[in-house]
Structures are given as structure tokens and as C-alpha cells.
Design a protein around this ligand. Structure first.
Ligand code: NAD
Ligand code: HSO
Ligand code: ZN
Length: 431
């Protein structure tokens, strides 16, 4: 489980940097076939693919979750779960409300010339809430809260059915709290295709946001350009940077967190301290032995030969450099001076400072969005936010004086570029 960075050959280093990209590419052809079937056959294909991959027999009339099912969900949930969802929604709401832009913001760029931005919500958005190797009510509120704050007129949720055909009651409870009732029990690539092209039962949307397995991620990648697929949020991944002051028990506990999502996850503990690495490795082995399946299998796959493990570096700067190149989804800094180290981190979906915010607190409760870019895409993409559900139109207004200040140079540039009618539009406009 422990590897020394300098001893890894370039293929071993590249495997860690590429992580689940390898799996996503491997399913691309089969996902393409799923998309084509849904595009050609609509509901019929959705139902047949749901039978094949989710092992559930549904009818078209049953794809949308009924109002009664949503109302019944709250009776099925225990009060502590309901209380936790309500608590989390409060924190997520509080953080995301601060992201809401002004309806219109204007700057006077020179006297009489006003340039601004008008923010409007996108017309319709589908939120993909995964279910398979776990159920994810937390993902529902992480996606829905910013969409509700952005005031998206049509918010749709799609999520795979359980083996009995039901939708996770905690998801339905969270949806009801947030006022969303257009919910489909469809998952995987078939859900992404149905919401892109539309079927008889499912109307298409402008944008599909949400995390998912390699099938969902491959589908969104293939449909990029046909529908807005938002940020690339595939299999979960984490890096924990620890120094000699870190508690090996805590480091071991925390590195297991994101490893339990699946064998295609990535979880790295990176430290320049060899002793910490050895102690943490022993504790990790003990903890893995106590885990039930399938989590035990997932964690072992990730940490022993998958896209994870413990990396020992020569210096802390080397740990930071590997992290910046990796651009992890989640990053925890378990070091004596996290506020000094954070200034050196350029690429990470989220950065958790110190020992009191383990990955799990940020996944569920802290209020930051836990739908984050994976596969190295944190180099250019950000966490889901209210901005994902809005777009901005530039707005320009000028007085006569403002026009006079820009007319001549507009004409100069138009003529230089060879655009005659562009230049003519600023000839004698006022005389
Ligand atoms: N990046 C993020 O922000 C973030 C957040 C939460 C979860 N995640 C990740 O999301 C993923 C959730 O995965 P999951 O499996 O639990 O749920 P999922 O909903 O993404 O995938 C399940 C669906 O996959 C389809 N499927 C299953 N086997 C298939 C096959 N062989 N071919 C085609 N389709 C198939 C099924 O139809 C099923 O509905 C995990 O990898 C987790 O780490 C990422
Ligand atoms: N770690 C996930 C994002 O990669 C979020 C999550 C939700 N539930 C458990 N984990
Ligand atoms: Zn997680």
C-alpha cells in the first residue's frame, strides 16, 4: 500500500493521474449504443434498459414518481434522518444564497457609456441523483438548493429505482422540502439520453447536472454539445496531505472515506513522513478487515493496486506539486499550518483545512457543495453553485455623448477588419 513517489515509473505515476478516466473510456462504446437506442426508441428503450441494468420491470406510466409516493416518503423515514436532512439543507442554503447574483449589474465604462450584465435562470434543468453503490439524498439537496435559489422554472430529478422499483424515500423527502415534484425513476446513461432527446413521458431539458458512475459520466461526455452537461463529476476521489504532526488514526480513518464509493474511486494519503505512512498503513489494514462487503472489496481495490494508496514524498513541496498535477476532487490538509499550505494549492475541487473537517462532514453537512469536478478537471472546473443554473446577458446603453466617444474608433476598427457595413452603421448617425 505504501509507495515512494521517486520509485514509481512513469506508467505507474500516469495511472494514478488518469484514475477513473481509464474506466470511463472503456465503457464509451457500450454507452454510445445505449444513447442511440433511447434516441431511436424513447420510452421503450428506457424501460428495456432499466430492466437490463436496474433489474426492474416498469411501465411508461410508472416512470414518473406519483404525488402519493412523495407524500408517503416522510412516513418511512426515521426522525434523525429527517432532522439531518433539514440541518444540511439549512447549511447548504445559507452558503449558496450568498452566491445569488444581482438581477442586473452596470458599470459606466466611460462617460455616458453603460455596460452591465443581466442574470437569468436557465429554463429547465435535470438533476441526476445517483443510486447503486449507495443512495444519495445528499446529492439531491446539493444540486437542488442552488437550482431553487437560481429560480430555475422547471427542475427535474432523475434517479435510478431500487430493486423493488421504489425511489429512495430520503431523496423524495429532500425533494419535497425543496418543492420539486417532477421526479423520474430512471438512472444511468438511459436517463441522460432521455432528458437530452426527450421521450413520450420525459420532456427534454436545457441542462443536466449531477454526479454519477462511469456510465453516467461517459454518457454526458458523449452528449456534450447536444445538451449542456455541466461539470464532469465522475467517480469520487480524494487526497489527504499529512505532515509529521498528523494523527495516524485520523489519517487512516479519513483516507478510507472516499475509497468506499467504488473500485473506480481514488484515495491517496500523501506525506513526506515515512513513520506516519507506516503507522497509517497498519491501521488502514485493521480497519479494512472490519468492513462489511461490498465496502471492504471497494476499499481494498482502491488502496491495494487501484487508483489509491499511500505515497511517500521527499518533501512537502513535492506532495503539493503532485496534488496540483492530480487536481483532486476533495483535498484534506492534515498539517500543522493548513492556512499556510492552502496558498500553495492551485487545483482542487474543495480544500478542507485541519483535523476538524473530515471528508464526510463536507460531503453532507458543512454547506459547501459536494458535487465536484473529478478526473483532473478541477484544473478548470469548479464545484456546483448557483452559477451553474444561471446565465448572463451583457446589457449596454449609451447616451449621445457616450456614442460620440466610441463612434470613430468603432469605424476605424471595422474598416481595418474589412467590414464595410459595420463601419457604415457609425456614419452620420446623429447628423
Ligand atoms: N464527483 C462527485 O461530485 C460525486 C458525488 C457523488 C457521487 N459520485 C460518484 O457517483 C458514482 C455513483 O455511482 P452509482 O453506481 O452508485 O450510481 P449511478 O446512478 O451513477 O449508476 C447506476 C446506474 O448505472 C446503470 N448501470 C449499471 N450497470 C451498467 C452497465 N453495465 N452498463 C450500463 N449501465 C449500467 C444502471 O442503469 C444504474 O441506474 C460513484 O462513482 C460515486 O463515487 C461523485
Ligand atoms: N464524496 C461524494 C462526492 O465525491 C459525496 C458523497 C455523498 N455521500 C457520500 N459521499
Ligand atoms: Zn463521499
Amino acid at each position: 500500500m505504501i509507495r515512494y513517489w521517486k520509485e514509481l515509473n512513469s506508467a505507474e505515476q500516469a495511472k494514478l493521474f488518469r484514475r477513473s478516466e481509464i474506466d470511463i473510456e472503456a465503457v464509451s462504446n457500450s454507452v454510445h449504443a445505449i444513447i442511440e437506442r433511447v434516441k431511436a426508441e424513447g420510452d421503450e428503450a428506457v424501460l428495456s434498459l432499466t430492466r437490463e441494468f436496474d433489474r426492474v420491470e416498469l411501465s411508461a406510466g410508472h416512470l414518473r414518481v406519483s404525488k402519493q409516493e412523495i407524500a408517503d416518503a416522510k412516513q418511512l423515514l426515521k426522525p434523525p434522518v429527517k432532522g439531518a436532512i433539514e440541518h444540511a439543507i439549512r447549511n447548504v442554503r445559507r452558503f449558496h444564497e450568498a452566491q445569488k447574483p444581482e438581477a442586473m449589474k452596470v458599470v459606466e465604462v466611460e462617460p455616458g457609456l453603460f455596460v452591465g450584465e443581466r442574470a437569468t435562470a436557465i429554463e429547465s434543468a435535470a438533476l441526476y441523483v445517483p443510486r447503486g453503490r449507495g443512495s444519495f439524498p445528499s446529492m439531491l439537496y446539493m444540486l437542488a438548493v442552488p437550482a431553487v435559489i437560481a429560480e430555475v422554472p422547471r427542475i427535474v430529478i432523475t434517479t435510478p429505482p431500487g430493486e423493488d422499483g421504489s425511489v429512495d424515500p430520503a431523496c423524495l423527502y429532500a425533494a419535497e422540502l425543496l418543492g420539486i415534484d417532477e421526479i423520474y425513476r430512471v438512472g444511468g446513461a438511459q436517463a441522460i439520453a432521455a432528458l437530452t432527446f426527450g421521450t413520450k413521458t420525459i420532456r427534454p431539458v436545457e441542462k443536466i447536472v449531477g454526479p454519477g458512475s462511469m456510465y453516467v459520466t461517459a454518457a454526458k461526455r458523449l452528449l456534450y454539445g447536444t445538451v449542456d452537461v455541466g461539470l464532469p463529476a465522475g467517480p469520487s476521489e480524494s487526497i489527504l496531505i499529512a505532515d509529521e504532526t498528523a494523527d495516524p488514526e485520523l489519517a487512516a480513518k479519513d483516507i478510507l472515506v472516499e475509497a468506499e464509493h467504488g473500485s473506480d474511486s481514488s484515495a491517496l494519503l500523501i506525506t513526506p513522513d515515512r513513520k506516519l505512512a507506516e503507522r497509517a498503513a497498519d491501521i488502514i489494514q485493521e480497519r479494512i478487515a472490519d468492513l462489511p462487503e461490498p465496502r471492504k472489496g471497494f476499499v481494498s481495490d482502491v488502496l491495494d493496486g487501484g487508483y489509491g494508496g499511500i505515497i511517500v514524498t521527499e518533501t512537502m513541496d513535492e506532495a503539493v506539486s503532485i496534488t496540483n498535477q492530480f487536481a483532486p476532487e476533495h483535498l484534506e490538509l492534515m498539517v500543522s499550518e493548513p492556512f499556510s499550505l492552502v496558498g500553495k494549492i492551485r487545483n482542487a475541487g474543495e480544500i478542507l483545512l485541519g483535523r476538524n473537517i473530515p471528508f464526510s462532514c463536507a460531503n453532507y453537512m458543512a454547506g459547501a457543495n459536494a458535487v465536484l469536478p473529478t478526473g483532473g478537471k478541477a484544473k478548470t472546473y469548479s464545484a456546483v453553485s448557483v452559477r451553474d443554473f444561471m446565465k448572463y446577458s451583457s446589457v449596454v446603453w449609451s447616451t449621445r455623448d457616450g456614442y460620440d466617444r466610441i463612434a470613430d474608433d468603432t469605424r476605424n476598427l471595422a474598416l481595418y477588419e474589412g467590414f464595410i457595413t459595420h463601419a457604415a452603421a457609425v456614419d452620420r448617425r446623429w447628423s
